[in-house]
Ligand binder design. Structure first.
Ligand code: FAI
Length: 502
């Protein structure tokens, strides 16, 4: 037994000695056990070598590793143990130096970090895990109880030992990935994508199923630590979250997090069908909802400010699956909790763990695409005007709003915006002209289509304005909504019969 985190170790030690085990421990673990009156030998007494180099070498010794690695079914191995006076070791209980927690501390030095890279612990875990046909390895304190129960009744089965071995290897792999991330986060190497990427994740919850009922699914967070973000949201109310709930709630949280002004969105199928900024969050919700009242049903509502009672009441007539916000006024929460099926999430901004490379990862058949996140700073005061008429300052504010919105709408993304409110949205269409057509709610005019065609041939990102009444909702002002589109391809789409250039 050699554990950094001593929680539960006395109870386990007592149960193991009760089951007839003889215990061997390193310095601090030995102290904890013997102080609790449990019979235990010092590892140094077993190896005949003292701990040296300030604890850098404690268990790295043939007596320990011979005892762990010898095949019990090999007469040769057992004879060698005998010859060298080594006893077989049947169970290893180890947890490692807290590397991630250490490097999360502000002002941590490289020296501190290096001293917290555990070497002897992983070596014992790997040795015991390799030899799981004969040896059991316990790395997770959550396993202490059932392992002690099994040993009290006899022994662990081969399947149980194999499961523990897999867990130990997984643990060591994740631990090493965090160390590698930390060491790789050298500013000099930031220009290049890394040669190899190992992403250590730990499961925080099992989901009933994945995207479809025949798929399995679970939620993971980075093993390197970090906090906040949708994956670490606190669920304040409602039924279990599904895979799709989490996907949509994340889309909601990401889009409202894009705005500094108080902003509310309504998400359907990972796209915002409603989005509005307003100093009054209840008004923001109303305007977001009115952007597309039909699609809002069954959606997810996201706020970047605490939900007020007025906003909660405004949401009342509509069925929503999830609401996600950085907090809730007490009366708002009490009001929302009346709805049995509404899942209520409280989220804090995401803070990456130490050295965690913050990648966007997409699966391909046979591989994955990895890119850095789309977090570029935008400078609207440096934008140039593509049209003859320059936007007014109110129109520019709408364009800034639209530019942030369109980043979160799936391609071919179209956003019509008026008064910092999304009034029309086109997403996921294979044809961008059709996407405009859908988002404007009526057949695109040939003049508009021609305008698109001219611009699509020369720009990959386009801002557009034209004289046309807002179509998705009535507006008191006579100015037209502003449109914005995003496309990752420069090629012009083939002309459709109803949008031939004029
Ligand atoms: N150097 C070694 O040989 C070695 N052997 C075990 N450890 C670690 O020492 C820790 C326990 O130390 P202690 O029992 O002294 O509190 C465990 O986290 C274990 O993983 C070691 N420390 C670091 O590598």
């Amino acid at each position: 037994m050699s554990v950094y985190d001593k929680t539960g170790i006395e109870d386990l030690g007592r149960r193991l000695t009760g089951a007839g085990c003889e215990l061997i421990s390193t310095g601090g673990t030995h102290r904890s056990l013997s102080d609790a009156g449990i019979a235990v030998r010092q590892v140094a007494d077993v190896t005949g070598s003292p701990e040296i180099l300030e604890g850098r070498v404690k268990t790295l010794h043939p007596t320990i590793h011979g005892g762990l690695l010898a095949r019990r079914d090999s007469a040769g191995h057992m004879a060698e143990l005998e010859q060298h006076g080594i006893d077989a070791i049947d169970l290893v209980v180890v947890n490692l130096y807290p590397f991630a927690a250490t490097v999360s501390k502000p002002g941590v030095t490289l020296d501190d970090a290096l001293e917290n890279i555990d070497i002897g612990g992983p070596t014992m875990l790997r040795a015991a895990a390799k030899n799981f046909p004969s040896v059991a390895v316990v790395v997770d304190p959550a396993d202490y109880d059932w392992v002690a129960d099994a040993l009290a009744d006899g022994e662990l089965s081969i399947e149980q030992r194999r499961g523990l071995a897999a867990k130990a290897f997984q643990h060591v792999a994740t631990y090493d990935a965090v160390v590698a991330d930390y060491l790789a986060s050298d500013p000099a190497s930031e220009d290049e994508m890394p040669e190899q990427v190992t992403i250590g994740l730990k499961r925080v919850s099992a989901l009933r199923y994945g995207e479809n009922p025949h798929q399995r699914g679970a939620l993971y967070v980075p093993a390197s630590g970090g906090s906040g973000g949708l994956a670490q949201a606190q669920q304040l109310h409602g039924r279990e979250l599904s895979f799709n709930n989490l996907m949509d709630a994340d889309a909601a949280w990401r889009i409202v997090s894009e705005y500094t002004d108080p902003t509310v969105c309504v998400i359907k199928h990972a796209n915002p069908c409603g989005l509005a900024s307003s100093d009054d969050v209840a008004e923001g919700y109303r305007r977001a909802y009115e952007g597309d009242p039909v699609s809002a049903f069954g959606g997810i509502v996201g706020y970047n400010r605490p939900v007020t009672a007025a906003a909660a009441e405004a949401m009342d007539p509509v069925f929503y699956e999830v609401v996600v916000a950085p907090g809730y006024d007490d009366d708002a929460l009490a009001f929302l909790q009346r709805k049995r099926n509404l899942r209520i999430l409280s989220v804090e901004p995401a803070v990456s763990g130490p050295g965690a490379a913050d990648y966007d990862v997409r699966p391909l058949s046979g591989g994955v695409l990895v890119q850095t996140r789309d977090t570029i700073a935008e400078y609207p005061d440096q934008w140039t005007t593509a049209t003859k008429r320059a936007p007014t300052s109110a129109e520019l504010a709408d364009l800034v709003f639209a530019w942030k919105a369109v980043k979160h709408i799936k391609s071919n993304a179209i956003a019509f915006v008026k008064d910092r409110t999304l009034v029309g949205m086109g997403a996921g269409q294979p044809n961008r002209v059709v996407s405009v057509h859908l988002s404007s709610g009526r057949r695109a005019r040939s003049r508009l289509a021609a305008c698109w065609h001219r611009m699509l041939s020369s720009h990959s990102r386009i801002t557009l304005s034209w004289r046309q009444k807002p179509v998705s909702r009535p507006s008191s002002s006579r100015a037209a909504p502003f449109g914005m589109m995003k496309s990752s391809r420069r090629r012009m789409q083939p002309a459709l019969p109803w949008c031939s250039p004029v």
